[in-house]
Each structure stands twice: as structure tokens, then as C-alpha cells.
Design a protein around this ligand. Structure first.
Ligand code: TTP
Ligand code: MG
Length: 426
């Protein structure tokens, strides 16, 4: 039970009665009250109209104008726009020509990634004051787990997050929205409820009823395809999932069924993965005897790609830099890397990128080890997007998604690609 003033940061250990609409100290109406305010420790922070806010900060003349951030071009799409432009219906990912029609007086600004990265770094400096347990999801959002920091900071997580939002506003010059809850899914949903410059809380008591009216797409990992499948099965709200049996959901949706069951009840045991920015995912194997034959090396490479891809998918990650590793019989390590324009999660892409690197590196020599790795994790939303230059990508993405679903339902060995079956020697 507690109340905080988001303006002067005063704290009361009780919920101030509802007839008190302004802070007794500073008269601000920005009072935050919640029965679980003092005990919740998982936070999600998301900057408001991030690129557009940085543009407005750097050019005060734009303050009261509708700002649209986009590369200008016949086929370009909106990166983001300020909340003023959103009143006209403009949204991220909308074709720019449409945005111009909806908001003819919108000021179009080309993205300045360096400025956004600098703003992101400045915000991260404040994150680090609060906790080492930070998981960035993109330049403008991150999870922060503040469990156990109360004694260090002499204040609750909610107070620390109010402090953070105010410091970012004053010193970085943009606003953020904070979500506070007891797990990652709910903290993320919560930060979106009160945008912009918001602070929203979902406690244990109200989680299930809050979720019941929300669409299934609010569940972490429910993308367009699963959303469609659920809708075809008559399931559109999380409340409908709350009435389903776990076994039924697993039988119908595989691994995802278990996630649907737990998340719909407000249960999510995922931990904050600190420093996930710097990590890579890889898999390698050492042979019982040295191998020089390309077909044999490719045969071993494919399941490694599948394993790396499965880990990417399980962690909701996508990477851009693909690295092939080989070790010669005299223990010399050879690595080859290639960085893609867009991040990927697909085993097929890993394999298609690695094979040419293998052909180049091998030159008939033999190896005692082969490995494949991926790094430079990017925004999952940009992963494996359809691309005019790679017409077949959409096809193999669909095949891979379908195979994943079969495996989730019937187990790893249920389905294999042709290339994982050894060809008969003639
Ligand atoms: P978001 O946090 O999704 O959006 P936002 O910060 O602009 O607005 P909101 O207040 O709703 O959080 O994305 C962060 C930045 O990522 C955004 O400012 C621009 C970029 N971005 C794109 O370039 N393309 C996209 O489709 C989206 C959604 C975001
Ligand atoms: Mg944002």
C-alpha cells in the first residue's frame, strides 16, 4: 500500500484517499497509488515516440508540429511519428505516401541513428545506477529487474523508477513510459497502457482479470500467424485462453500452447537476461576423424544450424552476423563471418550463408571441427522480413515455421529436411 508523487517524488506508505487528487506537498495531480506499489520489482521502460522525441528535443521549432521520421522515397515507410501526428492516424510501418495524405502538414525528417544511439546510451547510464540486471530489447526499451535493490537505494522499485523517468526527462530531454509488475510479460504490457510520459502498474491481484479482456496478440510470442490460427479456433481474447485446459492447448499449439496457458494466467518465469546485447549463440562439433569432403561437412553443418536457430527462436532473438568456424588437424582455427542487412532466426538462412563460406575456406583440406554461430542481435521485428531480392525467402520461412510447429507437437525427430538424410553410397 503506497502512494508516490511523480512530480516531487514524495512517498507515503499508505494509499492516500481518493478525494485527495493533488500531491499534498507540491500540488501536482500526478499521484501514483497502488496496493502492491511497494512490493513489485520488475520494470519495463519504453521511450515515447523515440526517434521523433529526439528530433523535437534537438530542434525546438518542431515542438508543436506533427513530426514524421522516415527515409524519403517512393517505397519508404514511417519509422515513427510524434503523438501529434498520431492524432491524424499516422503510425509506424505505414507507407510514407499514406502518412503524407493523412497528415499533409507533417514535417518529414530523415532518421539520424547516431543521435538515437547517443540518447539510448545516456538513458542506459541511469539504468545502471539502479541495477545491473538490465535487458535491452532495442535502442528505446529495456527490462530492469530491481529485486533486492531496495536496501541499497533506500527506496522501493516504484520510487526508483519515478526517479529514473524524471532524470531522463530533465537530463536526456525526452519522456519514457514505465510499466511495473511482477514479471516480464506484464511489465511490458503495462508500460504501454499510459503512454506517453506514463507510469502504470499491474499487481498480482488484478493480473488475471486485467488480462481477460485483452487480445491474444498481447501474449509474448503471438505473431500474426498464431493470432490467425487462434482466431480460426474461435480464440481472440486472453480470457478465452484462461478457460482452456493446459493439455488441450499443448496438443493443439505445441510448445506455444504451454506459453499460452501460463501467460494467460499472468505467469511468466523468464528472468531478465543482463548483457544480452553482447552475447552470441553458437554450436560446434569435433569429428572422430578428420573430414575433407565438402558434402560430409555440409551434412554435419545443417543440424548445427538447426540447433542455433532453435535457440534463437526459444530466446526471441535474431542476429545479423553469421560466423563459420573450422579447426584444422593441426588445431588452427579458421573463422569466416558475414553480416546480413536484416537479423535472422532461420536455420535455412544460417545454412545458406555458411555454405559459401565453407566452400571458400576449405580448398580441399581436412578439418577436425566445424561450428556455426550468430551474433549482433537486432530487433526481432526486423527479422526475416520479405525482401524483393530474395523471393524464395518467404517460402522457406513458411516451411521452417511449419516444421517448428510439427516438432513442437510431436517432438524433435518428427520431421526432417531432405538434406539431413544421408544419401546412399552407390
Ligand atoms: P517503438 O517503441 O515501437 O515506438 P516509438 O518509441 O516511436 O513510440 P511509442 O511511444 O509507441 O513507444 O519503437 C522505437 C523506435 O524504433 C521508433 O522511435 C522508431 C523505430 N521503429 C522503426 O524504425 N520502425 C518500426 O516499425 C517501429 C515500430 C519502430
Ligand atoms: Mg518506444
Amino acid at each position: 500500500m503506497a502512494t508516490i508523487c511523480r512530480n516531487c517524488e514524495n512517498y507515503w506508505e499508505e494509499i492516500l484517499p481518493s478525494h485527495i487528487t493533488r500531491c499534498p506537498k507540491c500540488r501536482s495531480p500526478r499521484l501514483l497509488r497502488h496496493p502492491e506499489l511497494a512490493t513489485l520489482t520488475m520494470a519495463h521502460v519504453d521511450c515515447d515516440s523515440f526517434y521523433a522525441s529526439v528530433e523535437k528535443r534537438d530542434n525546438p521549432e518542431l515542438a508543436a508540429k506533427p513530426v514524421i521520421v522516415a527515409y524519403d522515397g517512393a517505397r519508404s515507410v514511417v519509422s515513427t511519428c510524434c503523438y501529434l501526428a498520431r492524432l491524424s492516424g499516422v503510425r509506424s510501418a505505414m507507407p510514407l505516401f499514406k502518412a503524407k495524405k493523412l497528415c499533409p502538414n507533417g514535417i518529414i525528417i530523415k532518421p539520424r541513428m547516431d543521435a538515437y544511439k547517443a540518447a539510448s546510451n545516456a538513458i542506459h547510464k541511469f539504468f545502471k545506477v539502479l541495477t545491473p540486471s538490465i535487458e535491452p530489447l532495442s535502442l528505446d526499451e529495456a527490462f530492469l529487474d530491481l529485486k533486492g535493490t531496495e536496501n541499497l537505494h533506500h527506496r522501493t522499485t516504484a520510487q526508483s523508477m519515478v526517479w529514473l523517468a524524471n532524470r531522463v526527462k530533465q537530463e536526456v530531454g525526452i519522456t519514457v513510459s514505465v510499466g511495473l509488475s511482477y514479471n516480464k510479460s506484464l511489465a511490458k504490457l503495462s508500460s504501454d497502457l499510459d503512454k506517453p510520459d506514463g507510469f502504470s502498474i499491474i499487481g498480482r491481484e488484478e493480473a488475471k482479470s486485467f488480462l481477460s479482456g485483452r487480445p491474444v496478440s498481447d501474449i509474448w510470442g503471438v505473431g500474426r500467424a498464431l493470432n490467425k490460427k487462434l482466431a480460426a479456433d474461435g480464440i481472440t481474447t486472453i480470457g478465452q485462453l484462461q478457460h482452456r485446459d493446459k493439455d488441450d492447448l499443448v496438443a493443439r499449439y505445441g510448445l506455444m500452447g504451454s506459453r499460452l496457458f501460463h501467460f494467460s494466467r499472468g505467469e511468466d518465469s523468464r528472468q531478465v537476461e543482463a548483457n544480452s546485447k553482447a552475447k552470441s549463440i553458437s554450436n560446434e562439433t569435433t569429428f572422430s576423424k578428420d573430414i575433407s569432403e565438402i558434402e560430409e561437412l555440409k551434412f554435419i553443418l545443417w543440424p548445427l544450424c538447426e540447433k542455433v536457430s532453435a535457440r534463437l527462436k526459444a530466446k526471441d532473438k535474431a542476429g545479423k552476423t553469421i560466423t563459420l568456424k573450422l579447426k584444422t588437424p593441426d588445431f588452427r582455427t579458421v573463422t569466416r563471418s558475414h553480416t546480413l542487412d536484416q537479423p535472422t532466426q532461420l536455420a535455412e538462412t544460417l545454412y545458406r550463408e555458411a555454405v559459401p563460406m565453407l566452400l571458400k575456406a576449405s580448398n580441399g583440406q581436412s578439418f577436425r571441427l566445424i561450428g556455426i554461430g550468430i551474433s549482433t542481435f537486432g530487433d526481432l521485428r526486423d527479422a526475416d522480413r520479405p525482401n524483393l531480392l530474395e523471393q524464395d525467402k518467404e517460402k522457406f520461412k513458411k516451411v521452417e515455421n511449419a516444421m517448428d510447429l510439427v516438432r513442437a507437437k510431436f517432438g524433435e525427430a518428427a520431421i526432417k529436411k531432405g538434406r539431413s538424410v544421408r544419401k546412399k553410397q552407390t
